[in-house]
Design a protein around this ligand. Structure first.
Ligand code: NDP
Length: 295
């Protein structure tokens, strides 16, 4: 058996076209484009690539992007000062602080300082709380991209058993939270899953994973998921991006995994492009929220 490929790259292009049309309408209504400000601290090569990809995607969608570079030696206070300045700049609709930050900077303090209305990564506790209550303002980009992809491929989650491996605040935890809700922005068919959230202390991980109709791997370990962990015909979503001597690989052993799975995302070209795409959607959403008159 050979799995069908879930073409994240192609789906991203489709969503970006839709976003572009909505951005054009926003500009027609408000006379200015949505603005995304990225804060990049230091010169980590991977972060530079991510920020460049986000800038390019913004340009394609008609969103204005700003890049605020700070030196690698920046303290928590230096970065906070930049975040506060951006919070107070009315023209800036969305703020993203590219992670990871240098060791001396306290990421939690910095992310908590972002105005929740401009929090396009949805990391602020206010937004996380809204997500947990099933009434999100913004959805975190990677999990949202995954739900969009599943929806557009006709793969509903309602009633399905889902195994998420990895419980980070950025991917695993919000993913599990979203799929376990009664409803979603794409309808109840893209929620209502029975979710098991696994991590490094999980016992019998392989057998738990092997029972899942949908397996989502967000671990950060190359080729961690082997075919014995995949239920025949399952949907396998590989979030991992691991740099190895063989190039970029995911958390799933793709070549053997695709022989068991029914559907599988490639790395690269799977979840990665969707993450950037959903950031554009969140920036537009932030601009729309901020342009609403206060009643
Ligand atoms: P984190 O390092 O924050 O979290 C990794 C999670 O995996 C933790 O919950 C950890 O468990 C768990 N884990 C680690 N080892 C094991 C193990 N042996 N068995 C079971 N669970 C394990 O990673 P992120 O969520 O930030 O990222 C995960 C991967 O996804 C990375 O490769 C990252 O580059 C990629 N990524 C990709 C994105 C995309 O757009 N495609 C976006 C964001 C991330 P514990 O909590 O117990 O330590």
């Amino acid at each position: 058996m050979s799995a069908k490929l879930l073409d994240g790259k192609g789906i991203s292009k489709e969503i970006q076209k839709e976003t572009k049309v909505k951005v054009e309408q926003f500009i027609a209504d408000h006379g200015q484009p949505p603005v995304l400000a990225a804060v990049l601290v230091g010169d980590d090569p991977a972060s530079q690539v991510y920020v460049r990809n986000k800038e390019r995607a913004c340009a394609r969608a008609g969103i204005e992007s700003q890049l605020h570079r700070l030196p690698a030696t920046s303290t928590t206070e230096d970065i906070l000062a930049k975040v506060i300045e951006l919070n107070e700049t009315p023209k800036v609709n969305g703020i993203l602080v590219q992670l990871p930050l240098p060791e001396q900077a306290d990421s939690r303090v910095i992310l908590d300082a972002i105005d929740p209305q401009k929090d396009v990564d949805a990391f602020h506790p206010h937004n996380v709380g809204l997500i947990s209550q099933g009434r999100p303002q913004f959805l975190p980009c990677t999990p949202h991209g995954i739900v969009q992809m599943l929806k557009r491929c006709g793969l509903e989650t309602t009633g399905k058993s889902v195994c998420v491996i990895g419980r980070s605040d950025i991917v695993g935890k919000p993913m599990a939270m979203m799929l376990g809700q009664k409803n979603s922005n794409l309808g109840p068919e893209m929620a209502n899953a029975t979710v098991t959230l696994c991590h490094s202390r999980t016992q019998n991980l392989a057998s738990i994973a092997q029972q899942a109709d949908i397996l989502i791997a967000a671990i950060g370990r190359p080729n961690f998921v082997t075919p014995d962990m995949i239920k025949p015909g399952a949907v396998v979503v590989d979030v991992g991006i691991n740099r190895t001597d063989q190039g970029l690989v995911g958390d799933v052993d793709f070549d053997s995994g695709k022989e068991v799975a029914g559907f599988i995302t490639p790395v690269p070209g799977g979840v990665g492009p969707l993450t950037v795409t959903m950031l554009l959607e969140n920036t537009l959403m932030a601009a729309m929220i901020q342009s609403k008159p206060i009643v």
